[in-house]
Design a protein around this ligand. Structure first.
Ligand SMILES: *Cc1c(COP(=O)(O)O)cnc(C)c1O
Length: 345
């Protein structure tokens, strides 16, 4: 790996972060706060929230097994994705390499930041070749994007290939594990100490059932997390989100139960899809969704919309011709989708 100084944009490396009132004094003993121009009334909403979300990170740390100092919290993982570009890629000069197809935000954020986005096609089994990824890199490649389990397919990317990249690539490797709670594979967040160049993404939006509160995590070395903290908005996670997340973390077993139910339902849905005459095949998945190849994705999509059932038509995505991406819903929702498809003609 190159040094972090070489990988960081010079203006970011030299940046003096904004110092907020809550940064300058963060002790617990004081009881009169006249330092932040807040309104003394309307507690608790009158106070600025903890800029570094200390309590929340400690709880996440104990559940996810990552040190508090190795955790960045963002307004969804999307904030972390954007920060990777803003911290490490020079607009107009640097580039990133990503698997294709994959999650669309990596490309959108590259475009917003005016950074070249290089795609490397997965093979016919939607697997990545580390060699091909590395071949696509040059001296201006700062970041490699890998999503595993990958969206929109749902399969895990082969662990050995990811490790090859982590061991060989000189820049940063982002492994987006938004769906790892649904997978049997050991997550990469447990290997932070082995790979100084890894950034792992997690989110409250999927297994944790909290897409509405907008909370995403990035796990990486403390040095990388400190750079994110310098660049983020000072109070990027609002009080309501922090409180709600703390409440969710008090009951991780509720989440385990959801995950078990969703995995069971996934099995039931895939078996049922394989029997549908209009389904030509289902791809292997390790996520809370699956990809199904249909006889005519667009017509079936329209038919379902007519019945008030929305799935994702991804027929225009590379390698996904005539595919629908189906999220696993509740039992009644899944059954409604199946009976609609059984009646399709
Ligand atoms: C859903 C999803 C996310 C989550 O994004 P949030 O901003 O945290 O809601 C991240 N990465 C992938 C690949 C996803 O599919």
């Amino acid at each position: 790996m190159k040094s972090l100084k070489e990988l960081t944009r010079p203006n970011i490396w030299n940046l003096a972060a904004y110092s907020s009132a809550r940064n300058e004094y963060s002790g617990k003993e004081a009881h009169v706060f006249l330092d932040a121009n807040e309104n003394p009334y309307n507690a608790p909403l009158n106070r600025y929230p903890d800029p570094l979300q200390t309590e929340l990170k400690e709880k996440i740390s104990s559940i996810k097994g990552v040190k508090p100092g190795q955790i960045f919290l963002g307004n969804g993982s999307d904030e972390a994705i954007d920060l990777v570009y803003r911290c490490f890629t020079e607009p107009g000069t640097d580039n990133v390499v990503a698997i294709e197809p994959t999650y669309g935000m990596y490309k959108v954020c590259a475009d917003i930041n005016n950074v070249e986005y290089r795609r490397v096609l997965l093979d016919e089994r939607f697997q990545m070749s580390a060699e091909k990824m590395l071949e696509a890199c040059d001296e201006h490649t700062k970041v490699i994007w890998i999503c595993s389990p990958n969206n929109p397919i749902g399969n895990n990317i082969c662990k050995e290939e990811i490790e090859k990249i982590l061991n060989t690539f000189e820049g940063l490797v982002v492994v987006d594990e938004a769906y790892s709670d649904f997978s049997q594979q050991e997550p990469f967040r447990t290997k932070l100490s082995r790979y100084p160049n890894i950034i792992v993404l997690n989110t409250f939006s999927k297994a944790w059932g909290c897409a509405a509160i907008r909370l995403g995590m990035a796990y990486a070395s403390e040095e990388i997390i400190n750079i994110f903290n310098k660049v983020k908005y000072p109070y990027n996670i609002n009080l309501l989100t922090q409180r709600q997340a703390l409440e969710m973390l008090d009951d991780p077993f509720g989440v385990d139960k959801w995950v078990r139910t969703l995995l069971q339902e996934r099995g039931r849905m895939i078996s049922a899809f394989q029997l549908l005459p209009i389904c030509k095949g289902v791809y292997p998945t390790d996520a809370n969704f699956f990809l199904a190849k249909m006889t005519d994705a667009q017509a079936i999509y329209n038919y379902l919309v007519d019945k008030g059932i929305i799935v994702r038509n991804i027929t225009n995505v590379t390698l996904c011709n005539n595919c629908l991406r189906i999220t696993i819903g509740s039992k009644p929702e899944n059954s409604e989708l199946l009976s609609a498809l059984r009646n399709y003609q």
